[in-house]
Design a protein around this ligand. Structure first.
Ligand SMILES: Nc1ncnc2c1ncn2[C@@H]1O[C@H](COP(=O)(O)OP(=O)(O)OP(=O)(O)O)[C@@H](O)[C@H]1O
Ligand SMILES: [Mg+2]
Length: 282
């Protein structure tokens, strides 16, 4: 089976893309993969870190040793992506770490032929080895984000309740429309994910209400609440489900994972469980 590629994207930095990539991957791996006449096992999930900051790797305690995605995407000929894959401490959860050189991707790739296909081509040989591939994109809109969207089967725009959300959403819709016109291929919209939602700030509550009024069922029913444990967990190189299994953040990402698996057509293999956080280990 070929893993669907899901890209987390935004028109703004700091909205929670990386946090969502890591904690969603962790939440999926806490579940079971079910297939007829095969024993159940943990899902196999690959996290792809397209941001030179390499926070996906550091958040999961993965060392940034060569080769990295920099060697895969920017070298000529590129290193096969499989050589750059590293296991995380979570069984089933692997990482393709970024290298710092990815900051310069737009310059290095400026003259490269078919550069928008770069991510799709790099990931193609890995798709059969995984059940799900989640891609984190950099804060700035550039070639790597474009190449990620070209590779994507699904896109999940991340909308922070703290920012001028609608503006960013309309910008991203425009990018996707352009992509369809220029490249002839656009990913499916899995849904908008609202993040960093505070309990009691009227401005932020209005953003959530506006998004739901404007985009209805295109907005995931799960919103990720602002939660101190989510922000603290990376300092310990742990996903929130391991750092604080009973936190609101761990519960929100478990619920989001259930919705996402459904929207990308995997709920038959990863059936919903009653309390998805009960599986957290500590
Ligand atoms: N639900 C949340 N509750 C509390 N803090 C959060 C939450 N989500 C994200 N944060 C914090 O917000 C900051 C930005 O999050 P993150 O790095 O995931 O965003 P990003 O979109 O990947 O940013 P960039 O565009 O720089 O890559 C981080 O400090 C993170 O810990
Ligand atoms: Mg990030």
């Amino acid at each position: 089976m070929s893993a669907p590629i899901v890209v987390f994207a935004a028109h703004k930095g700091g909205v929670g893309k990386t946090t969502t990539t890591v904690n969603t991957g962790r939440a999926v791996c806490a579940r079971e993969w079910v297939e007829p006449s095969i024993p159940t096992r943990a899902p196999r999930v690959l996290l792809v870190d397209l941001d030179g900051q390499a926070h996906v790797a550091s958040m999961l305690d993965v060392a940034r040793a060569s080769p990295t995605l920099e060697d895969v995407l920017l070298e000529q000929p590129g290193v096969p992506a499989v050589d750059a894959v590293r296991p995380s401490y979570v069984p089933g959860l692997d990482v393709l770490p970024a290298g710092e050189g990815l900051y310069d991707a737009d310059i290095v790739l400026a003259r490269r032929v078919a550069r928008e296909q770069l991510v799709a081509r790099a990931l193609a040989p890995l798709r059969d080895a995984y059940d799900l591939i989640l891609v984190d994109t950099p804060p700035q809109r550039g070639l790597l984000t474009l190449a990620a969207l070209v590779a994507a089967d699904y896109v999940v725009p991340i909308v922070s309740a703290h920012h001028l959300a609608l503006e960013g959403v309309l910008g991203l819709r425009r990018t996707l429309r352009l992509l369809g016109e220029e490249v002839g291929r656009t990913p499916h919209l899995a849904g908008y994910l609202l993040t960093q939602v505070p309990h009691n700030e009227s401005g932020a509550r209005r953003v959530v209400a506006d998004m739901r009024a404007e985009f209805g069922a295109e907005v995931f029913a799960t919103a990720i609440r602002r939660n101190a444990k989510v922000a603290e967990a990376p300092q310990y190189a742990r996903a929130v489900a391991d750092f604080a299994p009973d936190s609101a953040g761990a519960r929100d990402y478990a619920a989001f994972a259930t919705e996402l698996l459904d929207r990308v057509g995997l709920s038959e293999h990863v059936p919903p469980v009653e309390a998805a956080t009960a599986d957290a280990e500590s």
